[in-house]
Design a protein around this ligand. Structure first.
Ligand code: FPP
Length: 235
């Protein structure tokens, strides 16, 4: 237990959806929705750390997001670049450890450099681990793991443990709770291996409107559930 009523470790994963619709409702360009999404992320990171969540992963850019209009992709990369530059020092001071999940190939070299730099700078931090998933796809992650295993010692079969050891962050605990905002009810290729026993929570709130209160609601809903991991439970 973390002392705040949550098991240690406790991993919350978030599919931050609805930035575009939030902007559309206000007759604003989509990129302003993404910018408002950064504010929501800042509120959520602060709240997660206070609430004793040990790991927070956020789906920031999927392997499928490259097919969005070029202007939006460039705009999102520019938001990642600026937010990272602006936030690295603050996250370091606040004892947050940054670890990125996703395929490294294909990302702009300066964004990659900022990712490496922020991982190195915060590597010794012991508070919340924040995992932005950038250029992430669950199927791609499994394929990357399988291909990396195939490049190793030849073997007839692979164990679950061996496959896990080749995932992007092999020592990341599986998500206990996956939250998706904006009313959509699917995983969209997020944590496909790791979500086998995750609890799922869906809210109609659009991501830019998400914050402490909404995270508390999700956790309180989670606490009312009984996790069985395939067993028959106590009833
Ligand atoms: C989904 O909304 C949101 C995204 C594709 C991007 C979310 C990214 C951030 C909030 C920034 C994260 C930044 C860092 C540095 C980790 P959507 O565009 O799919 O919304 P819609 O479904 O309403 O169109």
């Amino acid at each position: 237990m973390t002392g705040k009523g949550l098991p240690d470790p406790f991993h919350v994963a978030v599919i931050m959806d609805g930035n575009g619709r939030w902007a559309k409702k206000r007759f604003l360009p989509r990129l302003l929705g993404h910018r408002a999404g950064i504010k929501a992320l800042e509120r959520t990171v602060a709240a997660a750390a206070d609430m004793g969540i040990t790991h927070l992963s956020v789906y920031a850019f999927s392997t499928e997001n490259w097919t969005r209009p070029q202007k939006e992709v460039t705009g999102l990369m520019s938001i990642f670049r600026h937010s990272l530059r602006k936030k690295i020092e603050e996250l370091r001071r606040e004892n947050v450890r940054l670890r990125f999940a996703g395929a490294r190939e294909g990302l702009p070299p300066d964004v990659l450099e900022l990712m490496n730099e922020s991982e190195e700078l915060t590597a010794g931090n012991t508070g919340l681990t924040l995992v932005p998933c950038l250029n992430y796809g669950g199927r791609r992650e499994i394929l990357d793991a399988v291909n990396s295993l195939l490049r190793g010692k030849p073997k007839g079969s692979v164990t679950e443990r061996e496959l896990r050891d080749h995932l992007y962050i092999s020592d990341l605990p599986d998500p206990d709770l996956i939250i998706r905002t904006s009313g959509e009810k699917r995983l969209s290729n997020f944590w496909i291996w790791q979500s086998a026993y995750s609890e799922l929570y869906f809210t109609d709130t659009l991501w830019p409107d998400f914050g402490r209160k909404e995270l508390e609601e999700a956790l309180s809903n989670y606490k009312d559930r009984e996790r069985r991991y395939g067993t028959i439970g106590n009833n």
